[in-house]
Design a protein around this ligand. Sequence first.
Ligand code: 2PG
Ligand code: MG
Length: 437
Amino acid sequence: MTAIASVKGRRVWDSRGHPTVEVEVTLETGAVGRAIAPAGASRGTREAIDLRDGGTALRGKGVARALASVTDTIAPALVGRDVTDQAGADATILGLDTSPLKETLGGNATVATSLAILHAAAADARQPLWRHVANHYGTTPSLPLPEIQIFGGGAHAGRRVDIQDFMIMVPGATTFDEVMEVTNEVYFAAGDIMARRGKLAGVADEGGWWPSFDSNEEALETLVEAISLAGETPGDRVIISLDIAASEFGKQGRYRLALEDREMDSGQLVDMLGGWLKSYPIASIEDPVGEDDPEGMAEFTRRHGADVQIIGDDYLVTNARLVEEAAAAGACNAVLIKVNQAGTVTESVQTFEAAAKAGFGAVVSARSGETEDVSISHLSTGLGGGQLKVGSFTRSERMAKWNECLRFQDDLGAGAFVGGAPLAATWWGRKNKEDAA
Ligand code: 2PG
Ligand code: MG
């Protein structure tokens, strides 16, 4: 056992320039672990709450109260405890805040602390975090399949397009490095096309191009063109992945696409997206309907669950119980894992395990507000068999996470890349069977 000697909070700043919480855990051996809370903009209503100070200063986003949670409540309960007992430490934190969404301590305070404990344990064992995660949870590490944003929309880009993330995946790559190379070509091809057509409005929150398209489908058409311009056959080595983030433009089964001045009910949205799945090489789709539309999600999954990865983000909020319920209801076939939605490492890993049990895929994900913290690259690699969503292919809070995986590649070997395996049960598996026939 190595005891925790101190737990300290510090105010630092995220990629949007807002304050956030960093926690530093120091052990009796002198080993140190540090982690920073990220922040979402398109948040699920059932995810852990970031505790903010409110008022007018710092746009109400001050974190003095969250830092006070760390100093006054969390630290005294953790000092002296064994750092290798992650589950015990997280249970202690949970015991200090019995509110359903961690609003007493703040999910920003709990997630930074929980991750910092994991980092400290790894540092004490003189191991990279990914290896410590694999040892601790008995998993087989592998390099994840990335999901990388090319266009940003929705709440991350002034709502110029309604759909939030237009991404690519490269399941046909044989190494992680190859994914980076292909993404570079597609990203800049997309920028060239948009600049030529006067459709480039800037760069969105996660580093993707901020488009001024006339319709949501124009983004899909342009993405297909960009993949071709990059010398690829769309749907071959490179496929499209979408985060519809439908909770952002719909409530109670009514959806409004502002860009196209169109209103629709759940059935019409499901039909529209089904049409896109037919017309474009889309292999993964996140939150196709709103978090409060279980009938829509079950219907979408019934129609398309065998052909496409259907990820619950706002819909499942990294909650193991919600994953079990969704599996029982035939809704979704994959879950997004955001540690700050759950609020602790243990709850996130429980969700990862619930996903495996349910036969769901698992995509470890960043938030739209990020920092230099690269914990999620380690978690995704250490837990293995998965996918990693970080945002786009520019800006250091994103690139730090991709670059960290390249370092793991040196240790694990290029062969540790999972490639298209996470999509083997859906589109990619079918495509490969058809190609082989
Ligand atoms: C999402 C994330 C990342 P946010 O919806 O998947 O793209 O966005 O962090 O704003 O919730
Ligand atoms: Mg999402």
